[in-house]
Structure formats: C-alpha cells, structure tokens
Design a protein around this ligand. Structure first.
Ligand SMILES: Nc1ncnc2c1ncn2[C@@H]1O[C@H](COP(=O)(O)OP(=O)(O)OP(=O)(O)O)[C@@H](O)[C@H]1O
Ligand SMILES: [Mg+2]
Length: 267
C-alpha cells in the first residue's frame, strides 16, 4: 500500500542485503577496492574488515562474493563461523571441491584442500562474515591454511569481516596478526552521504528522491549517526507515518516523532 502511495516499485528501505540497492559510499568503495586488489594482485593472504553493527559488512561480503565469481575466482562466503574444526574443514572441502562424500579425518580434509589450492593457486577465497564469533580451533585452522604457500605467495585468500572486538581476539594470535595484509574499518556515513544514501534508495525504488526534505535528513543523521541499517529503519517508519497522515513528504516533525520510539537504538 505504502509502495503504491509513494509510487515505488519496491520497498526502498527494506533491511536486507540487496545488491540492487547497493550504494557506493566511501567506506564500501575503499574497502572493496583494497580487498579486491589484495586478491587479484597480491594474491593469497589475509584481509581484515572491521565495522560496528549495521554498517555494511555483510553487504561488502556479498558484493565481493558476486564480483569475485565474475572474475573467475572461487569464493565461498561463510556466514556462521561457530563451527567445530571438523565442520569448518568439511564445509570448505564441500564448497571448494563439490565433493559430497567426505572423509572423517581432519588431516585428510586438510590434505584435500591443500591439493585443490595447489592445483589452482590464488583462485580460492574464503570470506568469513561475523568473524568476531570465531573460536580458538578455527583461528588455528585458518593459521594452518595460511601456511600453505608456494614461492609466489600464499595459495589462497581469506577475508575476515567482523565487529571491532575481532581485533582484540586476533591479538591473541600473533601468527595470524602478522599475516594480515590489509585492515580496514568501515565507518558510518557522514551527513552528506546519509542524504545521498536516502536519495539513492528512493530513486532505485522508482520514487521521488526529494520525499525527505533537508530538515528530515538532518534529523535522521543525528538520530542514526549514519549507520545504514538504522537509516533504513527510520526512513521506512517515517514513510509509514507520512502515509497515515496523508502527506507525500517527510519533514523534521515526522522524524522527531519517531526519535522518541527509537531512543533505545542509538543510546
Ligand atoms: N553500501 C550499502 N548499500 C546499500 N545498502 C546498504 C549498504 N550498506 C549497508 N546497507 C544496508 O544496511 C543494512 C545493514 O548492513 P549489513 O547487514 O551489511 O551490516 P553489517 O555490518 O553486516 O551488520 P551486522 O554487524 O549486524 O552483521 C543492510 O541490510 C542494507 O540494507
Ligand atoms: Mg552482517
């Protein structure tokens, strides 16, 4: 109903990762370029992407997964790293080799991976989302996998994406810390980018990019600190209020009404 009311073809502020709505904010542009460079040029190794909740880590991971495939790499995006070493190695073997029948020994699984990486050096990429959840045995597996190398470099690439506490966890593993070739922290948007982000999503959804007036954007930025997930939440609620009031534009007053409901979000 709201979509029709505002002339959208799609919900512009749905809180899911949808690359159709991808906004090239500075944070994603830079992190994407740096990681891609590491994978394509510097080849194997370890990249680290940090960012607070809701700032775009999963979006970046999905974008890398998609684009790496197009560049003839073989990426695998692991969403849930709360696994035993055996389950972790099994998943990698399954996804990197397509094997369905898996051996029961961790050593054999490691050997299969080594063979695969040697067959096609610098082709396989493991992207680990929610990497702040990784536990000791998997850090150890990652370290072992990163030991696999040929004179030209590490045989494959790992990208860890996680909340800032991941850095603290990694500090306990100096051998891994030393292998990090790039570390990048995704920052939330500034006010200008917040405005561009809102306009971009509305335009993508086929609507009038000026639905939110300047005063509303300013308030949204203040209320969300520029975190895209929160911006989505604010904007979609604001559109709902505008709709119930029969208004076609969103101004500061609507955002102020919302702020009271969302105080707990931004503290
Ligand atoms: N570059 C972007 N372009 C378009 N939308 C984005 C972008 N970055 C983030 N978003 C929006 O913000 C929401 C949150 O982003 P995302 O899920 O990537 O954050 P996250 O850092 O992985 O969060 P969490 O720490 O909770 O896992 C996404 O659902 C998406 O709608
Ligand atoms: Mg995420």
């Amino acid at each position: 109903m709201i979509e029709k009311y505002f002339g959208f073809t799609k919900d512009p502020f749905k809180n899911t990762v949808d690359l159709e709505f991808l906004f090239w904010a500075e944070n994603i542009r830079e992190s994407y370029a740096r990681v891609l460079y590491q994978i394509l040029e510097a080849k194997g190794g370890l990249s680290l992407i940090l960012g607070e909740v809701g700032c775009g880590k999963t979006t970046l991971a999905k974008l890398l997964e998609k684009d790496l495939k197009e560049k003839d790499k073989k990426p695998y995006l692991l969403y849930d790293p709360l696994l035993s070493s055996f389950a972790f190695l099994s998943k990698l073997v399954k996804n990197f080799t397509g094997k369905k029948e898996l051996p029961r020994s961790k050593n054999t699984l490691r050997e299969i991976l080594e063979e695969k990486f040697k067959e096609e050096p610098f082709v396989y990429v493991l992207l680990v989302d929610e990497a702040q959840l990784l536990r000791k045995p998997l850090f150890e597996e990652i370290r072992l996998l990163l030991n696999l190398e040929i004179p030209e470099g590490k045989l494959f690439h790992i990208v860890l994406l996680g909340q800032p506490e991941l850095r603290k966890k990694l500090k306990k593993y100096p051998a891994l810390m030393q292998r990090i070739s790039i570390a990048y922290t995704l920052k939330p948007y500034d006010e200008k980018e917040t405005e561009e982000y809102i306009k971009h999503r509305i335009k993508r959804a086929g609507g009038d990019e000026n639905i939110f007036d300047k005063s509303a954007v300013k308030e949204i930025f203040k209320a969300t600190n520029g975190y895209p997930r929160l911006i989505n939440t604010f904007c979609s609620n604001a559109l709902f209020i505008a709709f119930t009031k029969g208004e076609k534009k969103v101004n500061k007053r609507i955002i102020e009404l919302l702020k009271k409901d969302f105080e707990f979000h931004v503290g």
